[in-house]
Write a protein that binds this ligand. Structure first.
Ligand code: CMP
Length: 138
């Protein structure tokens, strides 16, 4: 069990004005914000972040989408953070997400799915380090 995970509010949700509602839901579920920034990924940086998916057919679309507009990146803290956050956001495809989850409420499609959540403690650390230096964590 680890107590930290990493999230991004993706370009679709930011552009639709859902950032405040999503952060409210995250904090309401007991997550503490440890680091947060409004930023934008270049295509090169998005490709690097999602390098693990480089062989997937949707990789190009994913990189284009994730570099298409501003995002909010954050490190979150809570007991059992990775697992609990994935429950809070719901299935990758919003059509399969449970009622009340962030993706059910705010995601448009499997590609434009509102938020990212790390899938393991190891990836949470890697992804947090991708965006934040030690000095930027509270
Ligand atoms: P995320 O969990 O942030 O990390 C991988 C992303 O790939 C995932 O969210 C989806 O947004 C995206 N993805 C997964 N499957 C597909 C798909 N079939 N088509 C487009 N994008 C996808």
């Amino acid at each position: 069990m680890s107590n930290r995970t990493f999230t991004m509010i993706k370009p679709d949700a930011f552009a639709s004005g859902y950032t405040g509602a999503i952060l409210k839901q995250i904090e309401g579920a007991g997550f503490r914000i440890v680091a947060m920034k409004l930023t934008r990924l270049s295509a090169e940086k998005a490709g690097e972040f999602y390098a693990v998916h480089a062989e997937r057919p949707f990789y190009g679309e994913l990189v284009d989408f994730m570099s298409s507009g501003p995002i909010v990146a954050a490190i979150l803290e809570k007991d059992n953070a990775v697992e609990d956050f994935r429950k809070l956001i719901g299935a990758t495809n919003p059509a399969n997400a449970e009622e009340g989850t962030i993706r059910k409420l705010y995601a448009k499609s499997v590609g434009e799915n509102a938020v990212h959540g790390s899938d393991s403690n190891e990836n949470a650390a890697i992804e947090g380090n991708f965006f934040f230096s030690a000095f930027e964590r509270i």
